[in-house]
Write a protein that binds this ligand. Structure first.
Ligand code: SAM
Ligand code: SF4
Ligand code: FES
Length: 377
């Protein structure tokens, strides 16, 4: 019976159309829910763990683009268009720790290690200041060769010859040691918690203590350092919930600086075959962190620039306002191999300084001319 068949076909087409419409409506509701959540974060800087997890999981390019756009807007409103440069001095590649993800871990015996003398460190800092850097970051593996007194000597010597802020990134020390270095003039300290989840932390650092890591951050706060912390995106075993916990811990600690970079597997570590962190997830984390901590200094990391040629540019357009170019002479750079294929590996400091200024200007932004201290007080 063609008539009945015809009406059955019509009914089926109508059902499909209705299904499509309700699917479209459901899809729009999901999108609206995402946009509203971004707006809420933009206005209130408060989100629950579930809400952060939702923002970390955009369902379309439009949702993701909106997140980045609002993070960029808030960055502009709260910390301006300046991009602050931090000149990074990687002064020792010796490390007593064995973090499972890091190429500097003590079990990596194939790395040719080096230590710079205090005089060489001060000379490199001086060169960096002449290139216009207003902050020097002194970074190393956890190397006890550099006692607090030696670090104090270096900090004082740098401050005597250069008008710069000094950031330390040398790992876990005692309260007394942090105090000596602070009194010598250190302004900031960068110590990432790497993952906020205690069980996950233990898996990444079997011989370290999560409690001690957090205690160190609290001591640094107590001593009046501007404190930076953060995580690694894409570590093996990491879940979306862990990432949301990372942002919540950054918020709880009220850090002045939030460092978020992708995991890059190193061939001489237990995680050599693991997948690395993605650009999308790293940018999402940067953007949500900006929305939650509007005044924080947030770097576009070297690691994000390593996994994508435009990685640092994209991070700077998704909430970041800091870059940390390497100011080490080129010959040392391959020997500080946290992860492989790092950008800038064969470059001299003057080249990176020019290059980064070009990148910043190409985004319509300017290199910061002051210390780039925390502006949230
Ligand atoms: N030893 C100090 C510490 O751990 O705080 C400072 C130097 S450590 C090399 C600096 C940072 O490198 C760590 O906080 C960690 O987040 C990052 N890192 C180490 N291995 C990495 C990897 N394979 N991929 C991405 N980041 C890594
Ligand atoms: Fe050492 Fe830091 Fe690497 Fe851990 S992350 S192995 S403490 S240099
Ligand atoms: Fe080093 Fe571009 S910043 S080469």
């Amino acid at each position: 019976m063609p008539g009945r068949l015809f009406s059955l076909k019509c009914a089926e087409e109508k059902r499909i159309k209705t299904d499509r419409r309700s699917l479209n409506t459901a899809y729009k509701v999901i999108c609206m829910d995402y946009f509203k959540l971004v707006d809420k974060a933009y206005r209130e800087h408060e989100l629950t763990k579930d809400e952060i997890m939702r923002l970390l999981d955009p369902k379309s390019d439009e949702e993701e683009a909106y997140l980045f756009q609002k993070a960029d807007e808030l960055r502009h409103e709260c910390v301006g268009d300046w991009v602050h440069l931090r000149g990074l001095i990687e002064f020792s590649s010796y490390c007593r720790r064995n973090c499972k993800y890091c190429g500097l871990r003590r079990a990596n015996v194939s790395l040719a290690r080096y230590r710079l003398s205090p005089e060489d460190i001060v000379a490199i800092a001086h060169e960096a200041a002449l290139l216009g850097y207003k902050t020097i970051v002194l970074q190393s593996g956890e190397d006890e060769f550099y006692t607090a007194d030696i670090m104090a000597y270096i900090i004082k010597a740098i401050k005597k010859i250069a008008d710069v802020a000094v950031t330390l990134c040398i790992g876990e020390r005692s309260y007394e040691e942090y105090k000596i270095m602070r009194e010598a003039g250190a302004d900031r300290y960068l110590l990432k918690f790497e993952t906020a989840n205690p069980d996950h932390y233990q898996k990444m650092h079997p011989d370290m203590s999560y409690k001690n890591r957090i205690d160190c951050l609290l001591m640094l706060k107590d001593l009046g350092y501007e404190v930076g912390s953060g995580d690694i995106v894409g570590l093996p075993g990491q879940t979306l919930e862990h990432l949301a916990e990372d942002i919540m811990l950054l918020k709880e600690l009220n850090v002045e600086m939030a460092g978020i970079g992708p995991f890059i597997p190193h061939p001489n570590t237990p995680f050599r075959r693991a997948a690395g962190g993605t650009l999308e997830m790293t940018l999402g984390m940067v953007a949500i962190t900006r929305l939650m901590l509007p005044y924080a200094n947030i770097p576009a990391t070297t690691a994000v620039g390593t996994i994508h040629p435009q990685g640092r540019q994209k991070a700077l357009m998704a909430g970041a306002n800091v870059v940390m170019p390497n100011v080490m002479p080129a010959e040392y750079r391959p020997r500080y191999e946290i992860y492989p294929s790092k950008i800038c590996i064969g470059e001299q400091p003057a080249h990176c300084r020019m290059c980064i200024e070009g990148i910043i200007r190409s985004l319509g932004r300017e290199v910061g001319r002051d210390y780039g201290s925390y502006r949230g007080r």
